[in-house]
Design a binder for this molecule. Structure first.
Ligand SMILES: Nc1ncnc2c1ncn2[C@@H]1O[C@H](COP(=O)(O)OP(=O)(O)OP(=O)(O)O)[C@@H](O)[C@H]1O
Ligand SMILES: [Mg+2]
Length: 369
């Protein structure tokens, strides 16, 4: 918008050149039509040599192709910007992290192209790394004394250190339960910091589906019985092995079943199902619990998000389980999603690829170098 009665001594190109963000304008064929100074500096290019070059070639960021496709395909619905995590760009041994946002550009009601904006979030990434390392160290340091406490509580409970009064037993039970919660929290935090620091590699090996399910469900069977919940496994016959990191896959399943148990009342049912469709196996955990409101169904996969509402008991967790589960599933090249109806129940489904041979998958971290 030009405010004509106020003189603007500089043209808009100059304004754009003074921005800290790198900007590109591309047409529908993803060819660069314009760029600002920062974009030129960052990708070692000048206006003349950039003109008409396809953006992915110019920047070396292949991911831009699919991001632009997303924006262009959704043109009708999407008048707002599209934002995608960060990408890593390596320049002269310096690592920069950028957040990319893309806005479609319309000309005479027609989609003409897009404005791509790179915002430098390197500093933010460094802070995240410090935080991650801190969490990792602290949770690790917590583990040792906690183990001592848990062992002590067990010994007291079993009467190895003398008789207890009934009240003493009650108090010990409560301490034991809290220790378990703390221990689960520490496990989650450690798993999360490992994922965030990018140090985990997923070793995809052939894993037997029945073994996976047994390993995940067995420790929870007793708890389910105690809660009066029926825990059913329904595995299609003759399934091939999945390409998965066994322990991590078990972790995901156990977490989903654990969640289902927390949000399902007695008399309820939890069904763990596995089916094959093409080259993928679909694992689902279905419960007859309280359900998740539509507006929260996407959010719950983010860190520290928990749903509150009537009929929801305090859960003891912190909202990390699903965020970690999503990271693990995606690291295997799979997907995870939820279907849920309030008052009826919830089904979480995730996919793993069928095992076809030697393959190991690295955690994707949107990295482009
Ligand atoms: N089966 C389910 N039924 C209803 N709500 C669920 C179900 N699974 C998850 N949720 C909701 O999603 C939120 C996030 O789940 P998530 O597993 O990430 O965290 P949490 O279970 O609360 O804590 P943590 O897993 O860290 O111990 C839960 O707090 C709960 O509100
Ligand atoms: Mg959980």
């Amino acid at each position: 918008m030009i405010l004509s009665n106020l003189p603007l001594p500089v043209n808009l190109d100059t304004v754009a050149d003074n921005l800290g963000d790198a900007l590109f304008i591309v047409n529908r064929d993803k060819e660069v039509a314009w760029l600002n100074k920062r974009a030129g500096e960052l990708f070692y290019t000048s206006d003349e040599s950039a003109q008409g070059t396809v953006i992915t070639e110019l920047t070396g960021i292949k991911k831009l192709d699919s991001l632009l496709n997303d924006v262009f395909e959704q043109e009708a619905k999407l008048k707002c910007s599209y934002e995608e995590g960060s990408v890593k760009v390596k320049r002269q041994d310096q690592r920069y992290f950028f957040k990319i946002s893309i806005n479609p550009i319309f000309h005479e009601e027609e989609l003409w192209g897009g404005l791509i904006q790179f915002t430098d979030v390197t500093r933010f990434h460094e802070m995240e790394k410090i935080k991650t390392d801190f969490v990792s160290i602290v949770s690790h340091e917590f583990r040792t004394p906690l183990t001592t406490i848990i062992v002590g509580v067990e010994m007291l409970k079993e009467g190895m250190l003398g008789d207890l009064t009934p009240r003493g037993k009650e108090v010990l039970e409560a301490i034991g339960a809290d220790c378990e919660r703390l221990s689960r929290l520490i496990d989650n935090l450690m798993e999360l910091s490992r994922i965030e620091s990018g140090t985990i590699y997923v070793e995809a090996e052939p894993a037997d589906v029945t073994d996976l399910i047994q390993e995940a469900v067995r420790p929870l069977k007793f708890q389910a019985e105690k809660q009066g919940i029926e825990l059913i496994t329904d595995i299609a016959p003759n399934l091939p092995s999945v390409a998965a990191d066994f322990n991590k896959a078990v972790w995901v399943l156990a977490n989903l079943v654990g969640n289902a148990m927390r949000y399902t009342d007695p008399e309820g049912t939890i069904t763990v199902r596995v089916r094959q469709r093409g080259k993928r196996l679909f694992f689902s955990v279905e419960d007859t619990g309280c359900g998740i409101p539509k507006e929260n169904q996407e959010k719950i996969f983010r860190k520290y998000v928990q749903v509150s509402g009537p009929g929801r008991k305090g859960t003891g967790g912190v909202g990390l389980g699903l965020a970690i589960a999503k990271d693990i599933v995606m690291a295997h090249g799979g997907e995870i999603w939820v279907d849920s109806v309030i008052g009826k129940g919830t089904t979480f489904t995730f996919t793993f690829p069928v095992y076809y041979g030697d393959e190991s998958v690295k955690l994707p971290d949107a990295e482009e170098e």
